[in-house]
Write a protein that binds this ligand. Structure first.
Ligand SMILES: Nc1nc2c(ncn2[C@@H]2O[C@H](COP(=O)(O)OP(=O)(O)OP(=O)(O)O)[C@@H](O)[C@H]2O)c(=O)[nH]1
Ligand SMILES: [Mg+2]
Length: 329
């Protein structure tokens, strides 16, 4: 009897409106969603995936590379023509495309062919973002770089959820057509270098904006010299030196344009000396150097590496690029 009595008394107390009951009830109502949030956010540690941005001039092979990484096994035996078609049939991109990939954490085993099948517990997931290379559509890629937020919103097409995912930009691949670069009449060198100049300058400005812990981290750059299967293709070392020379020329002519446009030489010097001025002008790399070198970008925490490879045909393939990605995501 006593047990039912106490139960009765307890129930009665709980149902009588009193400040204690109301405050306990309020506390439960308010704390429950907060506790739920912590339980679920702890259960999904990969809410933000690292992302790798693919940029480069139109026709360099960005979409072809994305397709190769997505359907690796098809390209693994390029013997049958229809399988090769799956990679080769690309057309100029108009919108950015994102796919989700996984790279093995074991560096010795890093191969996109193997990783696609064995994406188990040891694999790191990341997003690969293809951007259009057409000069009028480069805003997509540059917007990713100039965003001050530590994360960039991307739309994952392959993932089951169609909602935008927040993603951390971890690396950038600048794809170039090394066969086109070897033709001095095509103007490919000038147009490729001018795009690369804008990309590197965006990363340099990003470095200057870094202040505080929520600032974006540095983004390493891989200049991927594609199409080395073609006999006219320049080797990676020449791609590097030609691009450096052209970037130096662009830097010189752009700073000259600044002088001609009415900004006095003193202003430019002052801008170069002052910490705030560096941000405003378009001078890429270190001051006081005549020739441009990719090493200068280390001053701004931007590591630049040049590696050759090919998406189609016979050659070293894309393994080195995949490995480079694996070391950085
Ligand atoms: N020979 C050879 N051709 C390649 C290679 N990679 C890509 N291509 C070809 O280059 C052409 C352009 O490739 P895309 O991937 O469409 O170029 P993109 O960089 O996406 O170009 P945009 O979308 O316009 O920015 C296609 O016809 C590909 O088949 C390669 O390694 N070797
Ligand atoms: Mg494309």
């Amino acid at each position: 009897m006593t047990a039912t009595d106490t139960l009765k008394a307890l129930l009665e107390a709980a149902l009588t409106p009193s400040p204690t009951v109301i405050s306990i009830g309020l506390a439960i109502v308010l704390l429950f969603p907060i506790i739920l949030h912590f339980i679920f956010s702890a259960a999904t540690p990969y809410a933000t995936l690292p992302s790798v941005l693919l940029v480069g001039p139109s026709g360099a092979g960005k979409t072809a590379l994305l397709t190769l990484f997505e359907r690796g096994p098809f390209a693994a035996n390029p013997g049958s023509p229809e399988k090769l078609d799956a990679v080769a049939k690309t057309h100029t991109s108009q919108v950015p495309a994102t796919i989700e990939l996984a790279v093995s954490t074991d560096p010795s085993a890093a191969s996109y062919r193997a990783d696609l099948d064995a994406a188990g517990a040891t694999a790191k997931k990341f997003l690969l973002v293809d951007t259009p290379g057409h000069p009028k559509l480069r805003g997509h890629a540059l917007a990713h770089l100039s965003s001050t937020a530590p994360t960039v919103p991307t739309n994952t097409s392959s993932s089951s959820s169609s909602s935008p995912t927040q993603s951390k930009l971890k690396a950038l691949i600048f794809l170039v057509d090394s066969a086109a670069l070897s033709d001095p009449d095509s103007g490919a060198l000038a147009s490729t270098a001018s795009y690369l100049y804008d990309v590197l300058l965006a990363l340099q400005l990003r470095f200057h904006r870094r202040s505080g812990s929520r600032a974006p981290a540095s983004v390493p750059v891989l200049v991927a010299a594609n199409k080395t299967d073609l006999f006219t293709a320049l080797p990676a070392a020449l791609v590097r030196s030609q691009l450096e020379a052209e970037l130096g020329r662009i830097r010189k002519s752009r700073s000259k344009g600044l002088l001609d446009s009415g900004v006095g030489a003193d202003d430019v010097d002052a801008a170069a000396g002052g910490a705030g001025g560096e941000e405003a002008d378009g001078w890429l790399g270190g001051y006081g150097t005549e020739k441009f070198s990719f090493k200068e970008m280390m001053e701004f925490d931007v590591e630049v590496e040049v590696l050759g490879g090919n998406v189609l045909g016979e050659g070293p393939g894309a393994e080195k690029w995949w490995k480079w990605i694996g070391e950085r995501v």
